[in-house]
Design a protein around this ligand. Structure first.
Ligand SMILES: Cc1cc2nc3c(=O)[nH]c(=O)nc-3n(C[C@H](O)[C@H](O)[C@H](O)COP(=O)(O)O)c2cc1C
Length: 191
């Protein structure tokens, strides 16, 4: 079993990545293979609404000039997907939006490629706007017939500077419980 996590932060190794790594560590402890993909520094852009994915139905984005098809392949191979975003102006980052729109359209054009995989959103926030980010990510999972995994609180960690989120005790606990719950769900999806 494998879980792939995407950090949609523009900042490498920041709070979003640390939150995701914390959840992934629990999954690894439960014997699940994991991978973290950080979009920071990668070429990525939004959907151009060409709808060629619906014409071709080849499981790929027709605009093959950035990291999106690599991300689609990683999502296809995984049993679970974690999608993390920092809060930017009370919403998801542009990188996260590009990932959701492009991977989401490829999925829909091909009969819901990620159907019944487990999914969970993860949010880094300094102060306000995290719930909208969480909702936006969950919309990606829910329209794609995925199984959304919860935790002991909404999947949010609080911090501004890089890795400051480590001192948000409740946020870190929420990530550990999220990892445990995703491992539990994956075990049952498989059996
Ligand atoms: C462009 C931009 C917009 C931001 N907007 C918000 C916001 O609306 N609310 C908030 O609480 N924090 C906001 N922040 C702070 C980040 O959400 C916070 O620093 C977060 O921990 C960053 O995660 P990262 O380290 O993974 O990049 C913003 C940061 C940036 C760069």
């Amino acid at each position: 079993m494998k879980v792939v996590a995407f950090s949609g932060s523009a900042r490498k190794d920041g709070n979003t990545a640390l939150l995701l790594k914390t959840a992934l560590a629990e999954l690894e402890a439960a014997g699940v293979e994991t991978e973290l993909v950080q979009l920071a520094g990668k070429k990525i852009h939004g959907c151009i609404a060409c709808y060629k994915c619906f014409e071709k139905k080849d499981g790929r984005c027709a605009v093959d000039d950035d990291c999106i098809n690599e991300c689609v392949e990683k999502m296809k191979e995984a049993d679970g997907i974690l999608l993390g975003s920092p809060t930017y102006f009370a919403d998801i980052s542009a990188q996260t939006k590009a990932l959701i729109d492009r991977c989401g359209m490829v999925s829909r054009a091909n009969g819901d490629l990620f159907k019944r995989k487990a999914g969970a959103g993860v949010v880094a926030v300094r102060r306000a706007g995290a719930m909208r980010v969480f909702d936006s990510i969950n919309n990606f999972f829910l329209i794609g017939q995925m199984i959304v995994v919860g935790s002991s609180y909404w999947n949010i960690g609080i911090g501004r500077e890089k890795e400051e989120v480590a001192s948000d005790e409740e946020g870190m606990k929420t990530m550990r419980v999220l990892g445990e719950n995703m491992a539990w769900v994956l075990e049952r999806i498989r059996s």
